[in-house]
Design a protein around this ligand. Sequence first.
Ligand SMILES: N[C@@H](CCC(=O)N[C@@H](CS)C(=O)NCC(=O)O)C(=O)O
Length: 209
Amino acid sequence: MITVFGEGRGFRVVWLLEEMGLAYRLRDVDLLAGVENDHAFLAVNPAGFIPALQDGDVTMVESIAIMEYLMARHGPTPLAPDPQSPAYPLYLQFLHLGEAGLAASIYWVGNARRLPSAAERQNPTAAHALWQYHNRLKLVTRQLERTPYLAGETFTAADISVAYALMTAEKNAGLELGPAEQAYLERATNRGAYRRAMETCHATRAWYS
Ligand SMILES: N[C@@H](CCC(=O)N[C@@H](CS)C(=O)NCC(=O)O)C(=O)O
């Protein structure tokens, strides 16, 4: 049985598992309660961040790597275009840009918003992270002028990666999405698998509602 540890970016993994129709269980990891007391989770990921995955004797972290692993090992799936298809380069680019370009930068913007003083909230690192998010978003905006999904005409795991980053930008960082990104997010999340993932991920549901 596949086990997903923790929500946060683990929502991407749960969404993907629902898209693929694979059996799994979600094991809660409460970062706010203090992961240092969660010895069973620390045995899985000694660094204590989420998500992590266990699949038989495989243990992994990094949400994008986990998605690539699941699609490769339990696929094939239309969520990962064939490497020889025209969609593949864009798919791979946006799969990674969703984390490395968007979620990784917006994460620090969201964290800075919760700092106690205005000076801390407006620190240069947070300002640069916000700039970086907007900068990388230009690639998403341009692609959405060309195609309905990031790799072309059909939904792929790249959309799970980027849609989650846009959700975080809205809800954690309090940013307003432009009309193209808003319409895209509605299109990308109007899926049974997304709704089932939201049913499973109670913390994400509470955070996003
Ligand atoms: N690049 C990693 C980022 C993991 C990450 O930063 N997760 C957050 C929650 S979504 C976390 O655990 N933060 C607490 C920490 O880093 O200790 C991924 O995509 O899985």
